[in-house]
Design a binder for this molecule. Structure first.
Ligand code: FES
Ligand code: FES
Length: 162
């Protein structure tokens, strides 16, 4: 199999590496780039633990091959905090008690970030739809919905920065 030259902007940083063309984006991120905040749950597109933003859209990185992500902007959970400060969505998850084991949290937060970018004032239904591809075994989702609501309020206070 001919190696593939993967080029992308990951968390604002240009990245270039040679990978097998059938390598999953999830593995490029975790193993090649050391961005282990992105989690692998099912590996089959069912749990959302591996969610990252690809040109602003949430995708399951376990289902995306490196060539499909090449040339795009990728944001992982590591790309949200700035200068060691948590992003308002991360802060909201903590304050709302929406983090228990934390395994689903990076994917949930990125799904929420994509939603709030598109719809800064989502109602409960929109929130539940946005996180419907992200499974949580711990929280029962109520606190996660609350956290996304709180994040919307925080972001509105910051002039809508997502
Ligand atoms: S690990 Fe990708 S959807 Fe579950
Ligand atoms: S907090 Fe444990 S799976 Fe969601």
């Amino acid at each position: 199999m001919k190696p593939f030259r993967f080029r992308a902007v990951v968390n604002g940083r240009p990245v270039e590496l040679t990978v097998a063309p059938n390598r999953r984006l999830l593995d490029v991120l975790r193993d090649d780039l050391g961005l282990t905040g992105t989690k692998e749950g099912c590996g089959e597109g069912e749990c959302g633990a591996c969610t990252v933003l690809l040109d602003g859209r949430p995708v399951n990185s376990c289902l995306v091959l490196a060539p499909e992500a090449s040339g795009k902007k990728i944001v992982t959970i590591e790309g949200l905090s700035e200068d060691g400060r948590l992003h308002p969505i991360q802060q909201a998850f903590l304050e709302a008690g929406a983090v228990q084991c934390g395994f689903c949290t990076p994917g949930m937060i990125l799904a929420a970030a994509a939603l709030l970018e598109e719809n800064p004032r989502p109602d409960e239904r929109a929130i539940r739809t946005a996180i419907s591809g992200n499974l949580c075994r711990c929280t029962g989702y109520v606190k996660i919905v609350e956290a996304v609501r709180l994040a919307a309020v925080k972001l509105a206070g910051e002039g809508g920065k997502a």
